[in-house]
Design a binder for this molecule. Structure first.
Ligand code: PBG
Length: 333
């Protein structure tokens, strides 16, 4: 190393003394316009049921959704993503495809409340199926499993129904092979060629989804999701193949999920696919852990949340789905 690069010539702390200089040399800044807030809708009237494992979040009936939507719009959030808890579940998740299904009602209510707010709909079967898996389950392969290709047809119908109800973006989260292509074709055929797809492209079989499954009442009734979601111990490069395939099938935006335990994957995807909008889902468990520790007085929620989101952004995610979206807008506002 040349002398000119050595202490005392170089003092890294010079950039850190003045608060304005620290700010001037920042490269990562959080912006509410890049955050997407998850919302949970349930049947009934005038219902607001607290989700114990996600403090600060509730299952809302459609008539109570308007206030949340207007708040999200007023705070300047990038958007909301809707998850539905249907009144009836069955083996194929029929309610997911109905034009008067819970998410379809919620989409219409959201568009009524604040037409300018971006509304994303999660496209998956697990909230609607009695068994809680992300597709049709059968034993066609000789073992009980989600039938990939039979599920694609249902996902296409669900996405079209969401688009008809006003979804600005559809977000398939079931990790079925070919799901993006099937949804793209179904949307195009139905006159929705303009509706973008945000694919949960690299979604891992993660224990960090625990609180969400309480929120969405979508815990698998048998087995787990390891036969379709990615193995956390697989080579990180497998995520690149997933993203590449989804892009080839027509994905407009791609997602890595969860976020904090997969920052390496976010960085890898960012570097390999510049120009592709990249989202990361700061999932329920990442939020609940901090909430629980903060409730015990062990950690400063606001500081930890902002640091976590900054890390996710720095790793390369331009868009972050987070349960802190509203709080961040208020903290930064
Ligand atoms: C549905 C879906 C899940 C999440 C988003 N969409 C759950 C799962 O795959 O079990 C998790 C979100 C979170 O934990 O915050 N397939």
């Amino acid at each position: 190393m040349p002398d000119s690069l050595r202490f005392p010539t170089v003092r890294m702390r010079r950039l850190r003394y003045h608060p304005r200089l620290r700010q001037l040399v920042q490269a990562t800044r959080l912006d509410p316009a890049q955050l997407v807030l998850p919302l949970f809708v349930r049947p009934g009237r005038d219902e607001r049921r607290a989700i114990a494992a996600l403090p600060g979040h509730d299952q809302l009936s459609v008539d109570r959704l308007g206030d949340e939507i207007r708040t999200a719009a007023r705070l300047g959030l990038g958007g909301v993503i809707l998850f539905g808890i249907p009144a009836h579940k069955d083996a194929v998740g029929s309610d997911a495809m109905k034009d008067d299904g819970i998410v379809q009602q919620a989409l219409r209510a959201a568009k009524d409340a604040a037409p300018e707010l971006l509304v994303v709909s999660d496209v998956c079967c697990c909230e609607y199926t009695s068994h809680g898996h992300c597709g049709v389950v059968d034993d066609a392969t000789g073992r009980v499993d989600v039938n990939n290709d039979a599920t694609l047809e249902l996902l296409g119908q669900q996405a079209v129904s969401h688009a008809r109800a006003g979804a600005d973006v559809v977000a398939p989260s079931g990790m079925m092979d070919g799901m993006v292509g099937a949804i793209r074709a179904a949307l195009d055929d139905a006159g929705f060629a303009h509706v973008p797809i945000m694919s949960y492209a690299a979604k891992y079989a993660s224990a960090f989804y625990g609180p969400f499954r309480e929120a969405a009442e979508s815990t698998p009734q048998f087995g787990d999701r390891r036969a379709y979601q990615m193995d956390p111990a697989a080579e990180a490069g497998q995520a690149l193949r997933e993203v590449e395939l989804d892009l080839a099938e027509g994905a407009d935006l791609v997602m890595v999920k969860p976020a904090l335990a997969y920052l390496d994957v976010i960085r890898l995807v960012r570097d390999r696919f510049p120009g592709v909008p990249l989202a990361a889902y700061n999932v329920s468990g990442e939020y609940s852990m901090v909430k629980a520790a903060a409730a015990n007085g062990w950690i400063d929620e606001r500081a930890v949340a902002l640091e976590s989101l900054t890390a996710i952004h720095r790793a390369g995610a331009g868009i972050i789905l987070t349960y802190w979206a509203r709080d961040v807008a208020r903290w930064l506002g």
